[in-house]
Design a protein around this ligand. Structure first.
Ligand SMILES: C[S@@+](CC[C@H](N)C(=O)[O-])C[C@H]1O[C@@H](n2cnc3c(N)ncnc32)[C@H](O)[C@@H]1O
Length: 184
């Protein structure tokens, strides 16, 4: 008898995983139609490499610009104790990150904003993480130039910057391309 129950449970798990993948694909497509950067989370393994390669001070405030469902922030929160802010303009993704925050043990040092990243002030950011798109990276240059304080760190996943005011100080993991810059 228990074999039948086990089979039913396995089938339910597979169906749920399938629905999850479909939802992720639909959200990625939808965010892509609304902005220049479709949704895709940074992998946990990449976040771990980032933390190992970049020794941050615990008081440095980290901003994830385009935070999606909050995966990067929650992974970081497990590994380091810094205060963090995620900014996401797509409301279903923002709502997912809010629900995750509600049940997270790290909620006191995490904040999510439902906002367009181009309309928020970055002058308090010590560290900025971006996993966006080549087009959005080009557009964001002017904002970094105007608002980021000298010494601020910019972490760019996958796409490099061509920008006089950002000095490339390190590349972590040549395969996944994590570029670390410092604002001059
Ligand atoms: C590739 S995902 C990265 C998600 C998350 N940062 C991570 O690494 O796991 C890019 C996210 O940026 C968001 N996004 C794109 N343009 C935006 C904008 N102008 N303001 C706020 N969020 C934006 C998209 O909705 C998407 O969720």
């Amino acid at each position: 008898m228990w074999q039948i129950y086990l089979q039913i449970v396995i089938q339910i798990v597979f169906i749920l995983l399938f629905i999850r993948q479909i939802l992720i694909a639909v959200i990625a497509w939808w965010t892509g139609t609304q902005s220049d950067a479709p949704f895709e989370s940074t992998k946990v393994s990449i976040t771990k490499k980032l933390v190992q390669g970049l020794k941050l001070q615990p008081d440095q405030k980290i901003y994830d610009l385009g935070s999606g469902s909050g995966k990067l922030i929650f992974t970081l929160a497990k590994l380091i104790k810094n205060p963090m802010v995620g900014v996401e303009k797509n409301w279903p993704l923002f709502m997912i990150s809010q629900v995750r925050k509600f049940i997270s043990p790290y909620k006191n040092r995490i904040n999510f904003l439902h906002q367009d990243l181009f309309e928020m002030d970055l002058s308090l950011a010590d560290v900025v993480y971006i996993y966006l798109s080549p087009k959005t990276n080009r557009r964001i240059k002017a904002k970094f130039e105007k608002e980021l304080k000298p010494g601020a760190i910019v972490i760019a996943l996958r796409w490099q910057f061509e920008f006089d005011q950002l000095k490339l100080i390190k590349t972590i993991d040549a395969m996944h391309k994590i570029y670390i810059y410092r604002k001059i």
